[in-house]
Design a binder for this molecule. Sequence first.
Ligand code: CO
Length: 224
Amino acid sequence: MFGSILLVPMNKLAQLFENNKAWVDSVLKEDPQFFKRLSQQQNPKYLWIGCSDSRVPANQITGLEPGEVFVHRNVANMVNHTDFNCLSVVQFAVDILKVSDIIICGHYGCGGVKAAMEGSGLGIIDNWVRSIKETHYYHSDVLDKIQESEGRSDKLCELNVVQQVLNLSHTSIIQKAWSQGQSISIHGWIYGLDNGLVKDLGVEVSSKKQLDKEFLIRSKVRNS
Ligand code: CO
């Protein structure tokens, strides 16, 4: 039984192993202790919550090395209060790793956001992004004024990031951390697939007090 698994030809993925070997060699050339040191502990300052889209890799975009950013990715960079996958990552990052900053990074042209906008019938993903429809509805006054559908979906990509910043800020994990005086800032960013640049949406939240201003925060992005 296991033999048949081993007989699966490797050549399709051989390039990846070659790439891996070349990468290890180049890292060790620069820093012979790199992997030894990293295997003993990780001490990232940042948690990245981003989209699963293959064009938005957290480390490459931010120029961070292995060990420097803890990463969670899902379709359309969602923070749902019933998603134990995301919540487990957040709790580990906050309680154990004690990250100082959490970045929620969306991207323009996000297929998940478009699926929510267009009701495209992609299958289970429609359930996953359903709450983006609520964000769409909530901001329909602003979105309906945008003529072009790409511009409309890009604005919804921004508004979705803001919504996820708020969702994360309201989790019991973040609320407890702030109550205990832990210093954590949550940031909303968006990435441009066509130019590689990250834009700060200016929705940083670092305390419960700032959350009271959430409507102002939303309107900043709404009116830009
Ligand atoms: Co996406």
